[in-house]
Design a protein. Structure first.
Length: 437
């Protein structure tokens, strides 16, 4: 079993039983001890496997799996304006439901038990989460161009769904970004977030060009916009943050207890953007950093193993320090960091008594992991999504020995494939928004 402490080295605890009751880890103890008289339980045989806390995908747009591979080798502007936002104008609620279910299936298969979503038709995503058994924090994407009614719909969704599915569905408010949501709407949504006790999930300072543009246009950085509109005060999960600059760090540090940044390195590499998320500076300021994939239209997979590996590699290169971003620190970002980023640090992120039973059994016996000198290093640098064997969320088995139990995979794939041609047609010239940060 992988023990992930809040600080310090992760440990491999051998021959451990994880006792689960009513969706909660009741005990972790050496294998073979008595369960007690009259104790009846379903037993999952984990011999030869490593139990790890469920991975957290701290920023994604799950239904965008329907656009996987459909916007390659283009600039950031071309990606938004010529490909993705025109394709998104084609989406129906039913498309989003199918896309979200397909994403859930992919994440279950790769050991992701919790994800932070930011997208349109959030009710359809919530239904998919409810059906498949995953855990998710769902932020309805809001643009100011959509008007007051859309803003009110966002708040109604939050009021209806926060805490649903036996607590597996939580809600954040989801203004898209400071360049697509005006200050008045940011203030209004921040006020609703404080009233409802919710957090906010927003793209900000996604890359340095956005920060420079904000300075040219407004004289302040995107992070300062979040500060002045009350978003940081409400508590924010900031997607990307590659354009966070030194002057932003004191602002973020002021709200470090409720502020997090989701690092999604593959999309920055694909779009030839630099610098990367300043992880060392953020952690130094006390700000939580978590690992995300972004949507599959950019990242191509929802595989957090791939994302956490890229975090480790790119951060070492960025600061020119091979001793930085150790395997223990990287694993901590992907579980405890993700849990804290979603405000769920008291529920998930570790295999400890009192935590919800989100457990992933991985098989590190394959030739790509052998010889197995250090299972922690294997998890960061060698493991694949296909090494995941069994997934438990809230004490419920969602996949056993590689077989999905809550998704009819063949039927789902057939339905998703049937929708793709219509979704990818951009000949109509419409788009949900124009990218000009």
């Amino acid at each position: 079993m992988l023990r992930v402490p809040p600080r310090g080295e992760c440990e491999i605890l051998r021959a451990q039983d994880i006792v689960v009751a009513d969706g909660v880890i009741e005990d972790v103890r050496p294998t073979g001890g008595p369960f007690g008289a009259g104790f009846a339980a379903e037993v999952i045989d984990g011999r030869g496997l490593l139990a790890v806390p469920g991975l957290v995908n701290a920023h994604t747009h799950s239904p965008m799996v329907l656009m996987r591979g459909a916007a390659e080798d283009v600039t950031v502007e071309g990606w938004f304006n010529d490909r993705v936002w025109p394709m998104e104008s084609n989406l129906t609620p039913a498309d989003v439901r199918i896309g979200a279910r397909l994403a859930c299936a992919e994440m279950i298969r790769s050991g992701v038990t919790t994800f932070a979503d930011h997208y349109f038709f959030p009710g359809q995503i919530a239904e998919a989460v409810t059906e498949t058994g995953l855990r998710a924090d769902i932020a309805p994407t809001y643009f100011s161009s959509r008007g007051t009614e859309a803003l009110e719909d966002t708040v109604r969704f939050a009021e209806a769904w926060h805490g649903a599915a036996d607590g597996r569905v939580t809600v954040s408010l989801g203004p898209h970004a400071p360049y697509t949501v005006d200050d008045g709407d940011l203030r209004t949504l921040a006020g609703h977030a404080r009233r409802l006790g919710l957090r906010m999930h927003i793209h900000a300072a996604e890359h340095l060009e956005q920060t420079r543009s904000s300075l040219d246009r407004r004289g302040i950085t995107p992070i300062r916009v979040l500060h002045e509109t009350g978003v940081l005060e409400a508590g924010a999960l900031i997607a990307h943050g590659c354009g966070i600059v030194e002057d932003d760090l004191p602002l973020l540090a002021e709200y470090a207890g409720t502020t997090a940044v989701a690092c999604c390195p593959k999309v920055y590499l694909k779009h030839a953007l630099s610098p990367l998320t300043p992880v060392r500076d953020l952690l130094g300021a006390g700000v939580t950093v978590a690992v995300g994939t972004d949507g599959a239209a950019g990242h191509n997979t929802l595989d957090v193993w791939e994302a956490l590996r890229l975090v480790a590699l790119t951060q070492k290169q960025a600061v020119r320090d091979a001793t930085w971003m150790t395997v223990s620190d990287t694993l901590r970002l992907a579980v405890r960091g993700g849990a804290r980023a979603l405000g769920l640090q008291n529920s998930i992120g570790a295999l400890e008594p009192g935590m919800r039973a989100d457990i992933v059994l991985t098989d590190l016996s394959g030739p790509h992991c052998r010889p197995l000198h250090d299972p922690r290093a294997a998890l960061v640098y060698s493991a694949r999504a296909s090494d995941v064997r069994t997934v438990v969320v809230d004490g419920r088995i969602l996949m056993r020995d590689g077989l999905l139990l809550t998704v009819d995979e063949p039927a789902l794939l057939a339905e998703a494939d049937a929708r793709v041609a219509r979704i990818l047609d951009t000949s109509h010239g419409r788009a949900v928004q124009h990218y000009d940060p």
